[in-house]
Design a protein around this ligand. Structure first.
Ligand code: ADP
Ligand code: MG
Length: 559
């Protein structure tokens, strides 16, 4: 039996494909610029092997021109161009990537500059254009050709008189509708914005004539508009540079340029990873908490680039929740992207990067804690609670990573201390790490329950955040020392003397306690003699290991 080919309505198929691949129309420009950059790269590879050709950097650029009157947007490159056959095969066949073939043919295994691989990027042009014209002359041909298509009924190819090697992509931008604003793609400022956003680090200049204004003459206050060619992209990404070439100020500028935050970052880390997955990353620890940080609106994530082209604004998979405050970017040549470049094909690569990044952030924070205490406390003030949530969530799976980064207010030091510092100071005979919970340090200070422990000369950690005690319950112990609430029944303190006295008093005043219980009724379970009070006449205690504060929180939770 012979196979019969499926017939598909190409126009609908194309529309469906394009509209399901891309979530933002504006990325058509990223795709066309990436193609132009690929074409120049190919030219560069050619010059390496062909002695007749030289690569003069100034000759290679990408030009963007917009004309509102004719609704034409033009993207010109001085790259390798396409022959008639190439126009047919590369643009006439959806999902045919000439770039992928080029990489294979030329055995470019590091592949590291050429972006294309799926053979669909070009068609993104039809998201914004009614017709697309491609005028191209290949370095291998004496003739130029024009390919033209409205995306629906196929395409035509004709001769053209273009003299120079390279390609012009001419888009007839659609008319705006009520739902879609296409006019924006003819606006100078908007085009600049899109180029900056997605293609800032393309390594060839992206030039555009921009409107500027100047005084009419030296004496005049009157301004006139004039056009000047500008290179829109900054070309060399800061993360590709060596740390030694960069100053702290460069990093701060990048942070602010990228709008990672309005503050000045407390710290940055520049990673150049060359292991099983290669990537560059710049990470920042912000100083102040974003206003929506502890809300559901806050989105964590790092910018993700593949080959210096922006793929995703906030890639959440690159950061664990407990480090969700970290800002920055990752650029990798090794990522296998899916067709829309909006997702990645392999989680494995991302997981690896996430693991490395997490380790690095921990190291940076630990160093800050040890060497720049004041800075660390500033950080902790803003984001410490997130670390405690981290300890608490995932059933304490992250406790190893996080426990050394926690700080609590100390009764002895009257400032924040780490668990390590606490344990190091513990006297020989102290069995537990003691803590007391309350609304504020001042309130805890006055708690009768702290008296016995404090009297023994032991340090108490003050838990004023609701999450504190929950987090510590997940930790259970630190360096083999268990945590104990000062209001717990067993404090591990020898009270034989006190016990005897208390028992005696309990028997002597049995009737009094019974009477008190009758009066208080259901409000208390029992009234008994305390073994731990020093100066206070009375205190409330709980049975078991749950403190009063924790009980309060638990009672507030919906069942
Ligand atoms: P991809 O870039 O993923 O290969 P595209 O659909 O973006 O897929 O482009 C298809 C092919 O068309 C490219 O691989 C390339 O061979 C060719 N092409 C597109 N734009 C240009 C250009 N400006 N100059 C030369 N070749 C181009
Ligand atoms: Mg492409």
């Amino acid at each position: 039996m012979s196979k019969i080919a499926f017939k598909a309505e190409s126009k609908r198929l194309l529309e469906m494909m394009i509209n399901s691949i891309y979530t933002h129309r504006e990325v058509f420009l990223r795709e066309l610029i990436s193609n132009a950059s690929d074409a120049i790269d190919k030219m560069y590879y050619r010059t390496l092997t062909d002695d007749a050709l030289t690569f003069d950097k100034d000759d290679y650029f990408i030009q963007i021109e917009a004309d509102k009157d004719t609704r034409v947007l033009k993207i010109t490159d001085t790259g390798i161009g396409m022959t008639k056959e190439e126009l047919e095969t590369n643009l006439g066949t959806i999902a045919k990537s000439g770039s992928l073939a080029f990489k294979k043919e030329n055995e470019i295994t590091d592949g590291h500059d050429i972006i294309g691989q799926f053979g669909v990027g070009f068609y993104a042009a039809f998201m914004v254009a009614d017709t697309v014209k491609v005028i191209s002359r290949s370095v291998d041909s004496d003739e130029a050709y024009v390919w033209e298509s409205d995306g629906a009924e196929g395409y035509t190819i004709d001769s053209h008189d273009k003299q120079s090697v390279g390609t012009e992509i001419i888009l007839s931008i659609k008319e705006s509708t009520e739902d879609e604003d296409y006019d924006q793609f003819l606006e100078e400022y908007r085009l600049k914005e899109i180029i900056k956003k997605y293609s800032d680090f393309i390594r060839y200049p992206i030039k555009m004539e921009v409107t500027k204004s100047k005084p009419k003459d030296d004496e005049s206050d009157e301004y006139v508009d004039y056009k000047e060619e500008e290179t829109i992209n900054s070309m060399v990404p800061i993360w590709r540079k060596n740390q030694s070439e960069l100053t702290d100020e460069d990093y701060v500028n990048f942070y602010q340029e990228k709008h990672y935050g309005f503050d000045k970052p407390l710290k940055h880390a520049h990673i150049k990873a060359d292991g099983s997955i290669r990537y560059d990353a710049i990470l920042y620890i912000p100083e102040t908490m974003p206003y929506d940080y502890y809300t559901a609106e806050y989105e964590k994530g790092l910018e993700l680039y593949a080959n210096s082209v922006l793929i995703m604004d906030k890639c959440a998979d690159l950061l664990p929740d407990y480090f969700s405050f970290v800002k920055g970017m990752v650029d990798s040549e090794d990522l296998s992207l899916n067709i829309s470049r909006e997702m990645l094909q392999h989680d494995r690569q991302l997981k690896l990067i996430e693991k490395n990044i997490t380790r690095r952030i921990k190291r940076e924070l630990t160093q800050m804690l040890r060497n720049e205490r004041e800075k660390y406390e500033k950080f902790y003030d803003a984001f410490g609670r997130q670390l405690k949530y981290g300890v608490y969530s995932d059933f304490g799976a992250n406790k190893e990573t996080l426990q050394d980064l926690l700080l609590f207010y100390s009764s002895k030091e009257k400032k924040l201390v780490s668990l390590e510092e606490y344990v190091e100071r513990m006297p020989e005979d102290q069995k537990y790490i003691y803590y007391a919970t309350g609304e504020s340090n001042e309130r805890i200070e006055k708690l009768p329950q702290t008296e016995l422990v404090a009297d023994k000369g032991y340090e108490i950690l003050y838990f004023t955040d609701e999450i504190d005690e929950f987090a510590i319950k997940m930790l259970m112990q630190y360096k083999e020392k268990e945590f104990r609430s000062v209001s717990s029944g067993d404090l591990g303190i020898d009270t034989t003397e006190e016990d005897k006295k208390a028992e005696k008093e309990a028997t002597e005043h049995k009737d009094l306690f019974a009477e008190m219980k009758t009066i208080l009724g259901d409000k208390v379970k029992e009234v008994r003699v305390s073994k731990r009070l020093r100066t206070h006449p009375v205190c409330l205690a709980t049975d078991g290991d749950i403190s009063l504060e924790m009980e309060k929180v638990l009672n507030q939770m919906p069942n």
